[in-house]
Design a protein around this ligand. Structure first.
Ligand code: SF4
Length: 378
């Protein structure tokens, strides 16, 4: 076994487990069933709990989703966390039935746009405190707070994520709510490593939930995540983890098995040498799917995209395949080609020439393009 000195994070209780402060690193996953389908959701929650999940996340987007929670709560002893999206006020409906609430700072702007975000966070924290819930401040590369984005160069995706997370920690601390964890996720493991290292330097006391978002299908998705976890956990960073994989509903427990295997390998010193990931080869990212998927053919689509593009494996192209219209448009922004599913069709967009040129300039590359090539557009 390797002696890993963990960061001295605060203890955060989430239902029956505690993370941080040297407690074992807990694994997490998320249901991908329709939350209102209580039987299917409960069955998946139990699958994940039986596989060893310390926390199971469920998406709640509406009052109808929230209405399913009492029955789900009654049917499982799993520690449940709710993913709040735009409607932060749903916290009131869900908190009595769960152990933790996750909010995304970048989503607090859509609902009641004139109300300051600080008021909304105070509301969520008050509801969490009144219902014995922990919080997760979940910052995501594809949906960063627009106000923060404006303060950094367009090609700096780490700065806004970091600033947003730190600002929310400061506010929560200032109102005396310290029972929270932070996550900073990107689909690029190198960025996940960078942003989490920088956050941990600034706030070594705040527990971190690690994950590579839209990691894709196994085995690629597991490899990407392993790269990030090895670099972070071996430095003592990370108190809870999720391996996000694009797999059918019936195989969701693979996320827990993959996470446990990575954690066991790191603890035993079985750390692979880190490859220079994704710079010179085809990179397919796809979301792990969740209850927001509106078309069950999504998993098949992700598989077909992988098969269809195998001929381009030697090219540095990123293709993003997302399951819904909620996060699909934003999460595909950085990809060369982005696809996301609606109920009856798939949306496809191509990266704009301007964004591509900015990225190339940032990487010190010249933009060589056939002048006859048609202009690109989203
Ligand atoms: S992109 Fe949509 S369907 Fe996929 S995990 Fe994110 S919210 Fe769920």
């Amino acid at each position: 076994m390797v002696e890993i000195k963990r960061n001295p994070t605060r203890a955060v209780k989430i239902g029956s487990i505690t993370i941080g402060a040297g407690h074992p690193i807990a694994t997490q996953s998320m249901t991908a069933t329709h939350t209102q389908d209580v039987e299917a959701t409960l069955s998946q929650v139990e699958d994940l709990r039986n596989a060893g999940a310390g926390v199971v996340r469920i998406a709640v987007d509406s009052k109808k989703d929230a209405a399913a929670l009492p029955a789900i709560r009654a049917g499982t002893t799993a520690n449940l966390v709710i993913d709040l999206q735009e409607n932060y006020r749903l916290a009131l409906d869900v908190a009595p039935h769960v152990d933790k609430l996750r909010y995304n700072p970048g989503h607090l702007y859509h609902h009641e746009p004139t109300k300051p975000w600080q008021e909304k966070v105070r509301f969520i924290a008050d509801v969490a405190a009144a219902n014995d819930c922990a919080l997760r401040v979940g910052v995501n590369c594809g949906s960063v707070d627009p106000a923060k984005k404006g303060q950094f160069a367009e090609d700096d995706s780490i700065g806004p994520m970091l600033a947003s997370a730190l600002e929310h920690c400061e506010l929560l601390d200032s109102i005396g709510f310290v029972r929270y964890v932070v996550s900073l996720k990107d689909s690029d493991p190198r960025k996940v490593i960078d942003v989490n290292k920088r956050f941990a330097e600034a706030r070594p006391d705040v527990p971190l939930h690690l994950g590579v978002t839209e990691a894709g299908m196994p085995p690629d998705g597991i490899i990407k995540t392993r790269i990030a976890f090895e670099q972070l956990i071996s430095r003592g960073i990370g108190d809870t983890v999720r391996v996000s994989l694009t797999v059918p509903n019936s195989e969701k427990a693979q996320e827990i098995a993959a996470a446990e295997a990575i954690l066991a390998d790191i603890a035993a010193g079985r750390v692979r040498s880190v490859v220079d990931y994704g710079l010179a080869s085809l990179n397919i990212i796809s979301c792990p799917s969740c209850s927001r998927v509106e078309n069950e053919a999504f998993i098949e689509l992700a598989k077909q995209v992988k098969e269809m593009t195998a001929y381009a494996r030697e090219h540095a192209i990123t293709i993003a395949v997302m399951g819904c219209r909620v996060n699909g448009p934003g999460e595909t922004d950085d990809a060369d080609l982005g696809l996301w599913c609606g109920p009856t069709h798939v949306n496809l967009k191509r990266k704009s020439a301007e964004l591509e040129a900015q990225e190339r300039r940032a990487r010190g590359l010249s933009l060589r393009r056939d002048p006859a090539e048609a202009p690109r557009g989203a």
